[in-house]
Design a protein around this ligand. Structure first.
Ligand SMILES: *Cc1c(COP(=O)(O)O)cnc(C)c1O
Length: 483
């Protein structure tokens, strides 16, 4: 053994550094308030790359950790309202470390016995929260994107007339989804070889939810083009606007046409934990499959995703080489060998992250988190409505809120440019972190509230800041025009 290797695996060195890193992270979390930390440390990509390329080998570990922190965005900051990534519960930082050190692979039971059984417990908990009976099943996988693809592969297996797994395609298949769905659905359908004809995008109405009354018409159109629709996908919610589709209506349609009903709840399937907001997913229990991310709204680090099936057979058939097999009773299923069912072979011990919150703090804490964030979304929307220089895109269902700054005398094209400019300035200043989106060709600011500590004061400060930049930019533009 070389000295270097010996040093690398030295438990005492690990212990010494570990204490210091935990101190560093605890200080980091303490600092995450608006006064003394930015929400975002912006640097141009090329500068960022240069920095890490030239980083010295043999650096001190503390320095390396500190440098990574100071060059990252601060998800835990109460003025972070950017992308849909949760502020993970600090305990999950520790369980992640546990999982990383143990590194039990989990493709089959003997590679990760505790994490595998814990996964089963966690899945059963989620199944009951969704409203699936004991006939349901599921597993955990890495990310909503992969989980949605896997669900659609299960749908294909269950709904196609031929055995595609053996024979390849000899029919044109397709799925129907709202035009506002996350792009990974489109990608999944293309990966499966459906082509653009096989991704039927159903328009949304004013509320940005799927116009379910158009399902029949679009289904018929696809049929006329020789496409056999196998599934309808509902969004819980869609990504840009955070609006939930009507699952009762989608379920009715699927029942009538004998289609697979899938719910992409990557972001807001977590609402099953909120007594106040779970009505938003009414009808989701009628779905054949549901995806929920832990790293979006359930306080776990990325990646952690639940893929749940109403009928456990579907969960076992997806990648099954043989013809479809049916499990008669629960003694037969090999729940403990997950590679047979999931896309992944080796996977992280992700179950322990969720389980630690569940067992140490109890499921109510998920309700606290989701409900608080959705309440904050509503409060912010109210604030926007109260201000005369702002326009709310739509009343939010969730913690995602779209709005824009408006200025008298400017048309939509000018306002688009202005809002993009404002958002860019905010990004670079770093005091707040918000993103932007485009809805019907109008550019909106988009906040996703991910921190339960985001206060009314922060909302007011953000809107003041946007307004100040907006006035300033308009003034500069006017000056330029008049010379
Ligand atoms: C984020 C998101 C996804 C993608 O999930 P990842 O975990 O990022 O792969 C899919 N669908 C919706 C609705 C999302 O919000």
């Amino acid at each position: 053994m070389t000295d270097k290797l010996k040093e690398l695996f030295d438990p005492d060195k690990f212990k010494d550094l570990g204490y210091r890193i935990v101190d560093l992270l605890a200080d980091y979390l303490k600092n995450m308030n608006e006064e003394n930390a930015p929400a975002n440390n912006w640097e141009e990509p090329s500068e960022q790359l240069k920095y890490w390329k030239n980083y010295e080998t043999g650096s001190s570990p503390m320095q390396l950790f500190e440098d990574i922190i100071s060059r990252s965005i601060n998800i835990h900051h109460p003025a972070y309202m950017g992308h849909q990534v949760t502020a993970p519960a600090p305990i999950t930082g520790l369980t992640s470390m546990l999982g990383a050190v143990l590194n039990n692979g989990m493709a089959i039971y003997e590679m990760g016995p505790s994490a595998t059984a814990i996964e089963k417990v966690v899945i059963d908990e989620l199944l009951s929260k969704v409203g699936f009976s004991s006939k349901g099943d599921g597993f955990m996988t890495s990310g909503g994107t992969l989980a949605n693809l896997t669900a659609l592969l299960s749908a294909r297996k269950a709904m196609s007339n031929t055995d595609i797994w053996e024979e390849g395609y000899n029919e044109n298949l397709g799925v129907m989804v709202s035009s506002e769905a996350h792009y990974c659905i489109d990608r999944a359908a293309r990966i499966m070889g459906f082509g653009s004809k096989g991704i039927v995008k159903v328009p949304v109405g004013e509320s940005f939810c799927m116009k379910t009354e158009l399902l029949d018409e679009y289904y018929k159109k696809a049929e006329e083009q020789g496409v056999k629709i196998i599934a309808v996908i509902g969004s819980a919610p869609s990504t840009s606007t955070g609006m939930y589709d009507n699952f009762d209506e989608i379920a009715d349609f699927c029942k009538k046409k004998n289609l697979w009903f899938h719910v992409d709840g990557a972001h807001g399937g977590a609402v099953i934990y909120s007594k106040k907001y779970k009505h938003l997913v009414k009808g989701m229990e009628k779905a054949d499959s549901v995806v929920i991310d832990g790293h979006k709204m359930l306080m776990t680090p990325a990646l952690l995703t639940f893929l749940l099936f109403k009928n456990k057979n579907h969960s076992y058939n997806t990648f099954n080489q043989n013809a479809k097999y049916l499990l008669e009773n629960s003694d037969e299923d090999e729940w403990y060998n997950s590679a047979g069912r999931s896309f992944e072979c080796t996977k992280k011990m992700m179950s322990i992250n969720f389980y630690s919150i569940l067992k140490i703090y109890g499921a109510e804490v998920f309700d606290d988190y989701v409900t608080t964030l959705y309440d904050i979304g509503k409060q912010f929307a109210d604030k926007v409505l109260q201000r005369k220089n702002f326009e709310l895109a739509l009343l939010p269902h969730s913690n995602i809120v779209c709005y824009r700054y408006v200025h008298p005398g400017l048309n939509n094209i000018e306002l688009n440019i202005l809002n993009a400019k404002i958002r860019n300035r905010i990004l670079k200043e770093g005091k707040f972190y918000i993103v932007q989106t485009s809805l019907n060709d109008i550019t909106y600011m988009r906040n996703t509230f991910m921190n339960h500590r985001t206060t009314i004061q922060i909302m007011d400060d953000l809107l003041d800041e946007i307004e100040n930049i907006g006035i300033n930019e308009t003034y500069v533009d006017k000056k330029k025009q008049t010379g």
